[in-house]
Design a protein around this ligand. Sequence first.
Ligand code: SF4
Ligand code: SF4
Ligand code: SF4
Length: 344
Amino acid sequence: MDTQWRIETRGDPIGAVRNFIGDIWEKGDLNGMMVPLNVDSFDSTAPSLINKPELLEHVNPFKPVMTVNAANLIPAFLERDPGARIGVILRPCELRALTEMTKHGKLSMDQIITICVDCLGTLPLEDYQWRAKHKGSGERLTQEALQFARQGGILSYRYRSACQMCTAPEARGADLNLNVLGLPVRQCILIQTIDAATAERFDLGSITDGAADLELVDQHERVLFKLSQRHNHTMQRLFDTLADYLPADVEALVEQLNECGDCQSCMDVCPICSIARPIRAEDGHYTRLDVMRWLVSCSACGMCEQVCPNHLPLSATFGYIREQLLLEFGYAPGRSVDDPLPLI
Ligand code: SF4
Ligand code: SF4
Ligand code: SF4
């Protein structure tokens, strides 16, 4: 069976995605779904666990704001109801974090259906709130962002710095991947399943509008390639600009963290720290190995930077160290549950 499918959106891409997710809920006989919701308050942005498919009419997977890495919420949802089968809608950096958490034995994917969406980027919270209010709702802001999906998105200079440097904003590796980047989303979006068996299990032939047009698949890949190049360029430029402030290597980063005193805010919000948190020894120092174990799995979500009380450029800092670890170990975090962890 095919693994790439097409959904006609008839001018309403968010509505088409909601319908598709509803079909997945039914075909997968799910007990609930963790979703980003549109709610009345402009402040409420964290994903919620819903147990009624009717609530899917409020789902907005493309909302341009992220205040928590949703992977961090999943273990608690699963613990609440150990027998439940749930769907989770994730951005690419959240899926990478979930993949790493699974490899560290934090949770099993057996109960979870992962649905990943191409990410158009996210704004800092205050910026999102101001813009959503100005537009009238978060949904309208999302619709505006989706208008530029074909070109790879807009406003990149206003996005969180993690998003400006995000070299892998594409949905890939989940059970079901919703593609919008590079596509005429008012006409259609694409769905990729992880394998043919998943397409068969969810009966994609009956809940989509047929196999994906190869020309659109190519167009999607071309825009992703350009976007990744552009974001990589931004990342290297930031590394150059911040050269005097970035720790040169892991040892220098350990020193920097040692000087942070009792603050561990970056670790408190980090999904990777829920599985590989550096521990301070009695002398108050972190070890090189602990910090490497942490950052070799870093999913590049940038949540750490959002909370740093010293306003340190942590997306660039950890990105710079991550590049060094990538060269040393050849390990790409979150790529696959089958890649063995380089540091146990
Ligand atoms: S880091 Fe990448 S995947 Fe995560 S919110 Fe930003 S653009 Fe999206
Ligand atoms: S270190 Fe920061 S960017 Fe990396 S996974 Fe943790 S919160 Fe996300
Ligand atoms: S949040 Fe900032 S100040 Fe706090 S430990 Fe992390 S890097 Fe240091």
